[in-house]
Design a protein around this ligand. Structure first.
Ligand code: SAM
Length: 223
């Protein structure tokens, strides 16, 4: 149950010194000037974040993961990378939490510039669709924490889920599909299938993937 992990009551209560100790040595010195911008939701073993950390060394990023042991693994992985590469990987961290409940506890309105949902659990049965991490209700929350121009990246090897995620995003008024040209120019897109542990597994097995990448847009104003 969720009672095993503490949840901050609001984004202002998130103690950055816990996640980025080198950058924020003490909680008292955190002035809020630099905030987390990337969230990898259901980050698993953290492969994507590790790649993003050096690609965007000035950006703070966090993985959100429900499983305790997996979260501990990512923590240890980051600690080890920091100690063998001094000055690097200080911008990446992980938190054990239920992202379907607590996103607004971690991020303010328009705080994030990228959110990742890579190879999420499919929840095949119709009655379990509400457990999917992409649904119309949760997209409202993601639209709230993403700033205008921010990007949601999704990928799966389950075609039915790929169709579902795309149709949710397509049906939401605050998201629009990123164009083919932009996808090709975005180095992050290449990481979706190559950097995560799940993506590597699918690639090894020669599996197909289905991605949907959408941009947070301004609400359409009608008269
Ligand atoms: N994104 C990773 C990758 O591509 O390798 C992991 C994919 S794995 C199939 C899905 C992950 O989402 C699991 O590690 C699971 O524990 C996590 N997860 C499922 N529901 C979650 C939730 N509500 N909040 C946070 N993490 C969740």
């Amino acid at each position: 149950s969720d009672s095993h992990f503490p949840v901050p009551i609001s984004p202002g209560q998130v103690d950055y010194s816990v996640y980025y100790p080198q950058l924020f040595p003490s909680p008292d010195k955190f002035d809020g000037s630099k905030r987390i911008e990337f969230a990898d939701v259901g980050c698993g073993f953290g492969g994507l974040l590790i790649s993003l950390s050096t690609m965007f060394p000035e950006t703070l990023m966090i993985g959100m993961e429900l499983r305790d042991k997996v979260t501990e693994y990512v923590k240890e992985r980051v600690v080890a990378l920091r100690s063998s590469n001094p000055g690097q990987y200080e911008n990446v961290s992980v938190v054990r939490t239920n992202s379907m409940k607590y996103i607004p506890n971690y991020f303010e309105k328009e705080q994030l510039t990228k959110m990742f949902f890579l190879f999420p659990d499919p929840h095949f049965k119709e009655k379990n669709h509400r457990r999917r991490v992409i649904n119309l209700h949760l997209l409202d929350e993601y639209a709230y924490v993403l700033r205008e121009g921010g990007i949601i990246y999704t990928i799966t090897d389950v075609e039915e889920l790929g169709v579902w995620m795309k149709s949710c995003l397509e049906g939401h008024p605050l998201f629009e599909a990123v164009t083919k040209e932009e996808l090709e120019a975005d180095a992050v897109v290449k990481l979706l299938s190559s950097a995560t542990e799940e993506g590597q597994k699918v690639a090894r097995n020669g599996g197909q993937t289905f991605q949907a990448v959408y941009r947070r847009i301004a609400p359409c104003v009608s008269n």
